[in-house]
Design a binder for this molecule. Structure first.
Ligand code: IPD
Ligand code: CA
Length: 263
């Protein structure tokens, strides 16, 4: 499929920023109706409405492509694997933060061709930051080109990690943290995987890892990070795919050290 990825990116940035304006209204109202999606995973009315808005706007501009969105997901990724073109969308990554008045959250949209992200946009509506990348270019935050940090020693690094809604995956994380925490200067759990992987791209974190993630949490951010000079694999260091449910995302320089300790 031939596409002008730069033009696609501009369109998606515009759509995400409009969606972000709507989120401001919810955030400022301070009232959130939570509905459990099962277990510990919740959504708010803002998640559902933003999901719908993004679907409608993207479908209007790109009618040929399929949509995999968090709030319409029907339980299987199989129909979306190896597809020529799929939009992978998280209307709010960091719903819990958002619904507790914490502004650390993002709208994430990735265009994926045959399991490979070709355009990624992660918009942080409350920080006025839009991270973006296309497969044939660099990555940026607003107009600033992004570069990962130069930190190559885990002992002076800041590394993000997070907790899945799946309690079995939480126990895996717990086991990894027992091994990992004594070696890292600053371990941080901030509650928005897409935003936190972008922080690695920006050099504000040096690495990030999690078990039990979904494609919409990392589809866009993974491209933003790799274009900024970072590295993305599974936690054991093996090749990563956008449909994998774990990620080790680093500046490249601490990748080997992290993998050896936490795997
Ligand atoms: C969540 C966030 C969080 C991570 C969870 C994700 P959501 O996404 O990315 O950081 O720990 O596993 O599900 O539910 O807010 O879209
Ligand atoms: Ca979400």
């Amino acid at each position: 499929m031939t596409m002008d990825y730069s033009a696609v990116k501009d369109t998606i940035i515009h759509i995400c920023q409009k969606a972000g304006e709507k989120l401001h209204r919810y955030f400022e109202s301070g009232e959130f109706i939570h509905t459990s999606k099962g277990g510990l995973d919740f959504l708010t009315q803002a998640d559902a409405e933003t999901d719908e808005y993004l679907r409608k706007e993207i479908k209007k501009t790109f009618p040929q492509t399929e949509l995999l969105t968090e709030e319409t997901f029907a339980g299987s990724f199989a129909p979306f694997r190896h597809k020529e073109s799929v939009w992978i969308i998280d209307p709010i990554d960091g719903t819990t933060n958002f619904s507790r008045g914490d502004s650390h959250c993002a709208i994430s949209v990735g265009l994926v061709h045959k399991d490979v992200t070709v355009v990624g946009v992660v918009h942080l509506p409350f920080e006025n930051k839009t991270y973006w990348a296309t497969i044939d270019g660099e990555s940026y935050c607003n107009d600033e080109e992004l570069h990962v940090s130069g930190i190559n020693n885990l002992g002076v690094s800041s590394v993000g990690y997070d907790w899945s809604w799946d309690t079995k995956e939480r126990m895996r994380m717990f086991q990894s943290l027992r091994k990992f925490v004594p070696h890292v200067r600053q371990p941080l759990s901030m509650g928005s995987a897409a935003s936190d992987i972008c922080l690695v791209a920006e050099g504000r974190l040096d690495g990030y890892f999690i078990y039990g993630l979904k494609p919409w949490d990392h589809a866009a951010a993974s491209l933003i990070l790799t274009n900024a000079g970072g590295k993305v694999t599974k936690i054991d260091g093996s090749e990563w795919n956008v449909f994998d449910s774990e990620i080790l995302a680093t500046n490249g320089l601490i990748h080997q050290q992290m993998k050896t300790i936490i795997k």
